[in-house]
Design a protein around this ligand. Structure first.
Ligand SMILES: [Zn+2]
Length: 301
């Protein structure tokens, strides 16, 4: 994926480093780790809140400032995330004007390491990226990106020509994660999250999970629209990028995670959709570029 030399968003808050952040006890860590094994990432707002609430009571978090002297690697992570966020801003400003006749209000993105205070409570880095609707911020833990990078780097190594771009392995998959979280912000702006929450409160557990799946798949479809628009504007895609995202979707689909966790798939407890469903909806957004094609609530998923 090509990303250097484009506009970098000013909506990134760097809260990495500085130390001073102390997590709760081991049992809480265990809880969070179990939670991550189950979700890996893409935690929906309510779940993020539930999980963070349990951590909050036993955590003391000192707000950290941005890094005073970032390493080249840390600066690059900042620039990368800022560029992807700027791409989502350009995409959704345009789509809101053209298709919804309204003005897009972008989210802030908080980069953190260790523990962070959010409007939805205190979050551990092990939880993975999440969106908090209360403060309308996307939270990204850079160590999670490193983990993804390692995973994608290994699985993305297809042949010797691929070795040349090994450093970049996982870039597009990381960008896709940011775009997916911004998708949840769109759902908040459009009132979709609120409607889903209301419906879930009145639904049984199975129906409630299905609504959550539809909400997650819509965020994937929105991420597809971001890829479509950004490609039109900047030609940023390189060979293998889409496969990389699909590979990521494959690894993060609920069925894959559940197989890894328990050895069997339990469809009714899906909250993010299967790998197949996630790929399909990302592709739908990518091909169409039209927000009306992402109505996952009124279509067969
Ligand atoms: Zn999600």
């Amino acid at each position: 994926m090509r990303w250097k030399g484009r506009r970098v968003s000013t909506n990134v808050e760097d809260r990495r480093g500085g130390g001073g952040a102390k997590a709760g006890g081991i049992s809480i860590l265990g809880l969070v780790v179990a939670f991550v094994a189950w979700k890996f990432f893409g935690v929906d707002p309510q779940q993020a809140y539930q999980a963070t609430k349990q951590v909050t009571s036993q955590s003391q978090v000192a707000e950290t400032q941005g890094l005073d002297h970032p390493t080249a690697e840390q600066q690059e992570a900042m620039d990368f995330v800022g560029t992807v966020l700027a791409d989502t801003e350009d995409t959704w400003t345009q789509v809101f004007q053209q298709q919804l006749n309204s003005q897009y209000v972008p989210p802030k993105l908080v980069l953190f390491s260790g523990v962070v205070n959010s409007g939805c409570g205190t979050a551990q880095s092990a939880m993975g990226p999440f969106y908090c609707p209360t403060d309308q911020k996307v939270y990204i833990d850079t160590s999670f990106f490193k983990l993804m990078h390692q995973q994608m780097g290994i699985s993305g190594e297809k042949n010797t020509t691929e070795l040349a771009r090994r450093d970049q392995a996982g870039d597009f998959a990381q960008a896709y994660v940011v775009a997916h979280e911004v998708g949840h912000h769109l759902q908040t702006l459009l009132g979709i999250s609120e409607q889903v929450q209301k419906a879930r409160n009145q639904a049984n557990k199975v129906q409630s999970n299905q609504l959550s799946v539809r909400q997650e798949l819509q965020a994937d479809c929105f991420a597809g629209i971001w890829a479509n628009r950004t490609q039109q504007r900047t030609q940023f895609l390189e060979q293998g990028d889409i496969e990389e995202a699909m590979d990521a979707a494959q690894k993060i689909g609920d069925d894959y995670l559940q197989k890894r966790a328990t050895g069997q798939v339990v469809p009714d407890s899906f909250t993010h959709g299967t790998s197949q469903q996630r790929m399909q909806w990302f592709q739908t957004g990518l091909k169409s570029g039209n927000i009306s094609d992402c109505d996952t609530f009124n279509q067969t998923i």
